[in-house]
Design a protein around this ligand. Structure first.
Ligand SMILES: [Zn+2]
Length: 426
C-alpha cells in the first residue's frame, strides 16, 4: 500500500462521510486506481464487520454502485480474503449469495516486549493465535535486548514456510514510541533511546513492520476486537509495575507531538511527594502500582498485631504475596486490603476525573492484575469519580474492566497492523 494511499485514508477518516468532492477530483485527475483501492478496502472492512452479507447489501450499506462492489469482490475472492458462504433470504427472485471474510488466507506476526519477556506469535487476520513462544529477556537492556528481539523473530520465522503470505510484523513495547517513524524514542527501564526498530526489522526480514506503544495497541484492540467496538472516545488505563494509558479520540489514537501522550503514571498527584524514576516528585504511579501495594502489605505482615487474611493465604511465605492473593483477600472482606484499596482509589479517581474533564471519554477501561475479578475496586472507583466530576457528567461516568482476556498483548499487536491495513472506517 502506498504511503500516499495511507495518508489519504487518514485524511478521509477526518470527515464524517466519504467526500465526493475528493472522489470527483480524483476522477478528473485520472487516479482511478487509488479510488479502486479505497473502495476495495471499505468493501473488505464491511464484509469483515457485517458478514455474512450479500453484494447488494454491501452496495446499499456503503453507498457504492453494485458494479463496483461486484468487481472488487471478485478480486477479493481471487486473492482469498473473501469467500462465498451460503445464500441469504429473498423476497422474490434468486437468493443472494452471502460473503464472509476469510481470516486464514494470510498471517501476521505479533511481538510484545516487556521488561521481563519477549512474546512472539503467529496469528490469523482475526488475531487468533496459531503458534506462540515466550522468551525471558534475561534482564537484557539497550542494544542487547534489540539483538535478542531480532534473534527471537529469526528463530520463530525459520520454521515458517510461505513467508510471502505474512502481512507484516507488529511490535508493541512500553515507553515513548514514534509510531509513524517506527522508533522507540524513550524507555528508561530497557535503556532504549532513539532506536529505529521498524527499519532494523524490515532490513533483516524484508517484511513490512509496524511499531507502537503497548497501551496504544491495547486501546486499539478493545475497539477492534473487544466489547468496545461501537465506542469512538475511549481511554485505556493499565496498572501494573507502571501505570500507563492509551487514548482514542474520534476513532484515532492521540499520540501528541513526540508520541508521549497518555503518560498518566507520571502525572503529579502529590506536590512534593515521593521521588519518581522520571525525575519528578509525587507521580501517580508510585502511589497505585503493584510495588506500592506490595510494600504496604509486606509492612503490615511484619507488624505485630496487624490482622490480615493474607497471613493465612500465603501460609507464612512472603514470596507468595501477589496481586491475585491481594484481590482474594479483598473479596473475602479483609480490612487491611480494603484500606489500601481505598487509598489507591482516592488517588486514581482524582487522575481519572482530570482525564474526564480534559477529554470527556465515553468509557474508561481498566486493566492489570489488580483490577481482574475485582468488582469492589471498580464499584468504589466509579463511586468516587462520580462524586468528583462536574455535575453534568455525573451520570455518564463509565469505568469498566478490560474485555481482551489473557492474550491481550497479542491482540494489541494484531490490532496495530490490522487497523493500519484494513480498518478504513469513514
Ligand atoms: Zn514520574
Amino acid at each position: 500500500m502506498t504511503k500516499y494511499f495511507t495518508n489519504l485514508i487518514k485524511s478521509l477518516k477526518k470527515v464524517s462521510l466519504i467526500d465526493y468532492e475528493v472522489f470527483g477530483h480524483m476522477r478528473r485527475t485520472g487516479d482511478l486506481k487509488l479510488m479502486q483501492e479505497l473502495n476495495r478496502s471499505i468493501i473488505l472492512d464491511t464484509i469483515r464487520k457485517e458478514g455474512p452479507i450479500s453484494r447488494s447489501d454491501i452496495a446499499k450499506l456503503i453507498n457504492i454502485s453494485p458494479t463496483t462492489v461486484t468487481s472488487a469482490v471478485n478480486d477479493l475472492i481471487q486473492e482469498g480474503y473473501v469467500r462465498e458462504d451460503g445464500v441469504g433470504f429473498s423476497s422474490g427472485g434468486r437468493k443472494p449469495v452471502l460473503l464472509r471474510f476469510n481470516p486464514n488466507t494470510r498471517f501476521i506476526i505479533g511481538v510484545s516486549i516487556s521488561n521481563s519477556s519477549i512474546k512472539i506469535s503467529e496469528m490469523n487476520l482475526e488475531g487468533h493465535i496459531i503458534r506462540k513462544e515466550i522468551h525471558s529477556t534475561n534482564l537484557s537492556q539497550g542494544q542487547d535486548i534489540i539483538n535478542l528481539i531480532i534473534k527471537m523473530i529469526k528463530q520463530f520465522l525459520e520454521s515458517k514456510e510461505n513467508l510471502e503470505l505474512c502481512e507484516g510484523i507488529s511490535i508493541i513495547t512500553p515507553g515513548i514510541v514514534n509510531a509513524k517513524k517506527g522508533i522507540i524514542s524513550y524507555n528508561t527501564k530497557l535503556k532504549l533511546y532513539d532506536i529505529p526498530l521498524k527499519q532494523m526489522v524490515e532490513n533483516e526480514f524484508g517484511i513490512p513492520t509496524f511499531l507502537d506503544n503497548d497501551t496504544n495497541a491495547y486501546v486499539l484492540a478493545e475497539n477492534y476486537f473487544g466489547s468496545f467496538k461501537k465506542y469512538k472516545d475511549l481511554v485505556y488505563i493499565t496498572i501494573g509495575d507502571g501505570v500507563g494509558s492509551g487514548i482514542m479520540y474520534n476513532g484515532q489514537i492521540i499520540r501528541g507531538y513526540k508520541g508521549s501522550s497518555g503518560e498518566l503514571g507520571h502525572t503529579t498527584i502529590v506536590r512534593g511527594g515521593q521521588k519518581c524514576e522520571c525525575g519528578n516528585e509525587g507521580c501517580l504511579e508510585n502511589y497505585i502500582n503493584w510495588p506500592a501495594i506490595y510494600s504496604q502489605v509486606v509492612t503490615a505482615l511484619m507488624t505485630r498485631g496487624k490482622e490480615t487474611i493474607i497471613r493465612n493465604l500465603i501460609e507464612g511465605d512472603i514470596n507468595r504475596v501477589s496481586p491475585a492473593v491481594f484481590v482474594k483477600a479483598l473479596n473475602e472482606g479483609d480490612t487491611l486490603c480494603y484500606q489500601i484499596m481505598e487509598e489507591i482509589v482516592s488517588h486514581l479517581s482524582t487522575s481519572i476525573t482530570n482525564f474526564i474533564h480534559l477529554l470527556n471519554p465515553e468509557v474508561i477501561i481498566l486493566s492489570g492484575e489488580i483490577v481482574q475479578e475485582n468488582s469492589i475496586f471498580l464499584d468504589l472507583l466509579n463511586k468516587y469519580v462520580s462524586k468528583q466530576v462536574i455535575p453534568i457528567l455525573k451520570d455518564e461516568v463509565n469505568i469498566q474492566p478490560t474485555s481482551l482476556g489473557a492474550e491481550f498483548e497479542m491482540l494489541g499487536a494484531a490490532a496495530v497492523i490490522l487497523q493500519e491495513k484494513y480498518q478504513f472506517t469513514i
